[in-house]
Design a protein. Sequence first.
Length: 132
Amino acid sequence: HGIRGPRSRRTVERLAGAALLALGAALGPSAAGAEPALRLYDGALVLRPYVMLHLDAGTTFGHDRSGGPGAGVQPRRMRLGGQAELPGNLEFVAVADFGGPPGDVRARPYQVSLAYSGLGPFTLTGGLFKQQ
């Protein structure tokens, strides 16, 4: 079941925002201008966050319908996950999608995949991908 109502949605948005800030502060950039990464086991395992936030901004004029869209910036969709580079030319990706119709912020899988890049110019990838 999705989270319904503006109060519940604001709580989820605040918690998600706080989690993203904490994650960014914990990882920090690995080098100037580079993506944040957490390197473990002498660099054999590299973890990178995946964060995407869509916002809608705008206003309506002469709109007096109850429950209609308001003015300002509203969160629309967020994707949160990570990427892991593993030994043996393997890469694992897991990303959840939050958002959809107004009032529905259920988490749904967006991508879960495993890729092997040890075949020269080719990469084999298999997994779950959201249809576009």
